[in-house]
Write a protein that binds this ligand. Structure first.
Ligand code: PLP
Length: 423
């Protein structure tokens, strides 16, 4: 049995091990430095929720490559789809030519979009490109140029998406001027838009779109009340504004439904998806009502967008999400939330817990306490990361089992208890 076929992690060396140390040193010499590596995990291979590093240590992955490896690492059905497509052809620019499974995926994604009517899909390669496409499409189809986004939101790092992003100063510092005409409101405060922005700062008839994460991801896994999204829908309807939901992190079954917006009953105008859509292959989709997708040939495109191998991976991913993994996300999410719901009263370290499906946050009392637990968990073979100021975020692959979830929670609870005692 290869190490990654085990279900629980095993640490064999001091971390980082010798090969990992060498890889980190080589990286520091040759790779551009803006990446934010939190701990020295150097990956050799993965299977399901288990990753093996270059020194033979195995880890339980509760990051899923930042909410990307929805079907687990190298799911055999996804690998098979990739291998079969790679053997046929790797690329033939779907923006200039045709291959049938691009339309097949578009049809299947369109069918997942809430509400009646025809939908169309624009394919790109990354989350930020899905947002760029939505911004350009919103301007194109409305003839308006302004946008509203929210404090704490993360929508990507290309110039348009970055103009919406208001997560951390480091992401914006020295990159201005950004795209003009973007206004921010507190999250989740819909009334602020009418009472402040539309009274004093921006005429509503100039706003092309409100862009919102239905659950704020990098901002700390903040789950707004359903009424927030419902009020945004009403504001958009009142003023002819498009409602764009950024489901790059919250979508593709992670919350137990294909899109997190479905929990609210709200029908958006545009959905942006990436990350989990193709299990780790680079693909994004900007899905809109057909009448909004009114742009003409030449208006927007990308050489690699909708790459045939990525599309094959996405079709296999959708099969798995629909047949079993969305249901598992619901069950495992409930199992985790039930287990942690008493923690704020039991642990001095824990201020709040919240989640929907497998988007779960454990809010600790401080940034430092959170960062320390992330490091200690790594030493124990559990991969978790932070989000927002002081939250631990749990975003395992949707194939996670009860045994694995229990292991992760045992580790985190033990680390919280030790931290309680230190205080
Ligand atoms: N939107 C959301 C909600 C995200 O969480 C992210 C990435 O974390 C993005 C957009 C940008 O995606 P990418 O890094 O693929 O450009």
């Amino acid at each position: 049995m290869v190490a990654t076929e085990a279900h629980l992690p095993k640490i064999l060396t001091a971390l980082p091990g010798p090969k990992a140390k060498a890889a980190v040193e080589a990286d520091a010499r040759f790779v551009s430095p803006p990446y934010t590596r939190v701990y020295p995990l150097v990956v050799e291979r993965g299977h399901g929720c288990i990753l093996e590093d270059v020194d033979g240590n195995t880890f339980l992955d509760f990051n899923a490559g930042i909410a990307v490896c929805s079907t687990g690492h190298s799911h055999p059905k996804v690998v098979d789809a990739i291998q079969r497509q790679s053997a046929k052809f790797l690329h033939m620019s779907g923006t200039d030519f045709y291959y049938p499974h691009m339309a097949e995926l578009a049809e299947r994604l369109a069918a997942t979009f809430p509400g009646p009517g025809e939908k169309k899909v624009y394919f790109g390669n990354s989350g930020t490109e899905a947002i760029e496409a939505a911004m350009k499409l919103a301007r194109y189809s409305t003839g308006r140029d302004k946008f509203i986004a929210f404090h704490g939101c993360f929508h990507g790092r290309t110039m348009g998406a970055l103009s919406l992003t208001s997560s951390k100063l480091a992401q914006r510092r020295r990159f201005g001027p950004l795209v003009p005409g973007v206004y921010h409101a507190p999250y989740p405060d819909a009334a602020y838009i009418e009472n402040q922005l539309f009274r004093a700062l921006v005429p509503p008839e100039e706003v092309a779109a409100i862009v919102v994460e239905p659950i704020q991801g990098e901002g700390g896994y903040l789950i707004p009340p359903h009424s927030f999204l419902q009020e945004l829908r009403q504001i958009c309807d009142r003023h002819g504004i498009l409602l764009v939901v950024d489901e790059v992190q919250s979508g593709c079954g992670r919350t137990g439904k294909m899109w997190a917006i479905e929990h609210t009953g709200v029908v958006p105008d545009i959905i942006c998806s990436a990350k989990g859509i193709a299990s780790g292959m680079p693909l994004s989709a900007t899905i809109a009502r057909a009448e909004i997708m009114s742009w003409k040939p030449g208006a927007h495109a990308s050489t690699f967008g909708g790459n045939p191998v990525c599309i094959a991976a996405a079709l296999a991913t959708l099969d798995l999400l629909e047949s079993e993994l969305m249901a598992n996300a619901t069950d495992m999410g409930k199992f985790i939330l039930d287990r942690i719901s008493g923690w704020p009263s039991r642990h001095k370290m824990v201020r709040d817990v919240r989640g929907r499906g497998l988007m779960v946050a454990i809010e600790l009392i401080s940034h430092d306490a959170r960062d320390r637990i992330v490091q200690e968990a790594f030493q124990r073979g559990l991969l978790i990361l932070g989000a927002g100021e002081s939250a631990l975020r749990l975003m395992p692959p949707l194939v996670v089992t009860r045994e694995q979830a229990s292991f992760a929670l045992d580790v985190i609870e033990e680390l919280c208890s030790t931290a309680d005692e230190r205080r």
